[in-house]
Design a protein around this ligand. Structure first.
Ligand SMILES: [Fe+2]
Length: 232
């Protein structure tokens, strides 16, 4: 890995202000950004929660008395650097809506049922080959009020922590062939079509377990020309 930040990484990022995605109008800074030097504790302090990852944290279908309703799936892949080399010991956290498209969150009150057997959050740490794996159910699409009849494509939120607390990256994983892609401002805020494609998982027949679960592959590239688009 090179020791400077490759500028081609920036091309994958969506702009901070994307008016079709209405929340960015209020959230995006209106003044030039200020570079604040990192402190020693930021760079060398422990990464939040990494030591607390337990076996089973990666299985979102086993967190309650019963199994959640929905299409059981395996979501797996590798975290890679710009040269395609594995990034081990990365804390990978996910959160998602249930199969009906509803989050357990006080703000989410849209008329779809909660699932008493599904919280929708899990985490894992990459192994020495950069590999991670989750078992979950496929999230449903949900309305989000950004504009008339706005629905989010099915997606899983991802957060990655590297060696320092400040190295957090956040993105969303989508599913292949979703009919809502052309209508979603968040997905389309990533300008480059090839970069958008890197947010879409691929159906992975090899990893499917017969009679039990389908599988989707999602490799995450942290920087470089094949960078996975991240949220700013
Ligand atoms: Fe979401």
């Amino acid at each position: 890995m090179t020791f400077f930040f490759p500028t081609e990484s920036l091309r994958a990022f969506p702009p901070r202000l994307y008016p079709d995605y209405k929340s960015t109008v209020k959230r995006s800074p209106t003044k030039p950004l200020i570079i604040i030097p990192h402190t020693l504790s930021e760079l060398t302090g422990p990464v939040y929660g990494q030591d607390a990852v337990q076996p089973g944290d990666e299985d979102l279908t086993q967190q309650h008395a019963g199994e959640p309703i929905g299409e059981r799936i395996i979501v797996h892949g590798r975290v890679l650097d710009e040269d395609g080399r594995p990034v081990p010991n990365t804390l990978v956290e996910i959160w998602q809506a249930n199969a009906c498209g509803r989050y357990i969150h006080v703000v989410d009150q849209h008329p779809a049922p909660l699932d008493p057997n599904f919280t929708g959050a899990g985490r894992a740490k990459t192994d020495e080959t950069g590999y991670y794996k989750f078992i979950t159910v496929k999230p449903g699409p949900y309305p989000w009020g950004n504009h008339y009849n706005a629905w989010r494509p099915c997606h899983i939120h991802f957060s990655l922590f590297g060696h320092a607390f400040i190295s957090r990256l956040v993105t969303q994983m989508y599913f292949p062939g979703d009919p809502l892609f052309p209508f979603d401002p968040i997905f389309n805020s990533v300008a480059d079509e090839r970069a958008r494609d890197r947010m879409i998982s691929s159906f992975d027949l090899e990893a499917t377990i017969p009679e039990w679960a389908l599988a989707f592959r999602f490799d995450i590239v942290l920087r470089g020309r094949n960078q996975t688009p991240m949220e700013s």
